[in-house]
Design a protein around this ligand. Structure first.
Ligand SMILES: NC(=O)c1ccc[n+]([C@@H]2O[C@H](COP(=O)([O-])OP(=O)(O)OC[C@H]3O[C@@H](n4cnc5c(N)ncnc54)[C@H](OP(=O)(O)O)[C@@H]3O)[C@@H](O)[C@H]2O)c1
Length: 253
């Protein structure tokens, strides 16, 4: 057996939330290329259908299930649909997320709650919904952010709090479930990657953070997806409760 076999996800079933755009699409493609059947969740059904069709056209197995992760019922329905279609859930990627930037002096309770509801609460509802179905050897990855660890010049209390919360959620679920249920739980904290979310930055913003990038460019989605494939595969079988930073060095400058 070669070391490369440790990275294979043959016969694994993976749910990826937020798979209608951005990093979620790259994650779904990469998991499929590594051998997993993928179940794609997000709100925009039409976008999900075309991502699933593209993965199937490339020879993978993909189904789409519309979900709003801020609703625990919707999360349970996604998990049940994955089990009904594939009989099991081995991998959950909590990638669905929204980003806002409001000064703290003006941010309304509704604006703050709407971000926490998706990024933090939604990840917990999905973990609960999938955890009951997962067998030993399964794995959950929460997509946090460098904003959970450092600042980056924008007023992002809700986003930063949600992403720091995900790092705590990761540690706690790992301590509850890795020993008792054999489910590894980790997080990835990406830096700057092209997506619909980062397309919304004001002109000049990315240039303003460039001096903190030791690798002076945005990340390629495949560079984050490769970390994900490693984390959910047997190659990372001794890794749990960790947050892996993929950021071109921003968080150490
Ligand atoms: N790109 C970066 O540089 C970067 C850096 C750090 C962290 N991240 C994190 O990476 C993840 C993906 O972001 P992205 O950059 O790829 O942005 P994106 O293209 O805007 O993708 C966000 C995804 O989340 C989904 N989503 C939003 N609200 C949802 C809800 N209530 N229920 C279900 N799905 C929902 C969106 O789909 P629908 O609109 O169809 O629901 C979309 O597929 C996010 O968690 C983000 O915080 C990204």
């Amino acid at each position: 057996m070669s070391i490369m076999d440790e990275f294979l996800l043959t016969d694994r079933v993976a749910i990826v939330t937020g798979a209608s755009s951005g990093l979620g699409v790259a994650f779904a493609r990469a998991l499929s290329e590594a051998g997993a059947s993928v179940v794609l969740g997000a709100r925009r059904a039409e976008r999900l259908r075309s991502v699933a069709a593209e993965i199937r056209a490339a020879g993978g197995r993909a189904t789409e299930v519309p979900v709003d992760v801020s609703s625990p019922e919707s999360c349970r329905a996604l998990a049940a649909a994955a089990v009904a279609e594939h009989g099991r859930i081995d991998i959950l990627v909590n990638n669905a997320g929204v980003g806002t930037a409001y000064p703290a002096s003006r941010e309304t309770p509704e604006q703050f709650r709407s971000v926490i509801d998706v990024n933090l609460n939604g990840s917990y509802w999905m973990a609960q919904a999938c955890g009951v179905h997962m067998q030993p050897g399964s794995s959950i990855v929460n997509i946090s952010s460098i904003l959970g660890i450092t600042t980056a010049g924008l007023p992002q209390a809700a986003y930063a709090a949600s992403k720091a919360g995900l790092i705590g959620l990761t540690r706690d679920l790992a301590s509850q479930w890795t020993g008792r249920k054999g489910i590894r739980v980790n997080a990835i904290a990406p830096g700057f990657f092209p997506s619909e979310m980062t397309d919304q930055y004001e002109p000049g913003y990315l240039e303003s953070v460039r001096s903190r990038l030791l690798i002076p460019r945005m990340g390629r989605p495949a560079e984050c997806a490769a970390t994900l494939v490693w984390l959910v595969s047997p190659a990372a079988g001794y890794v749990t409760g960790q947050t892996i930073v993929v950021d071109g060095g921003v968080t150490i400058t």
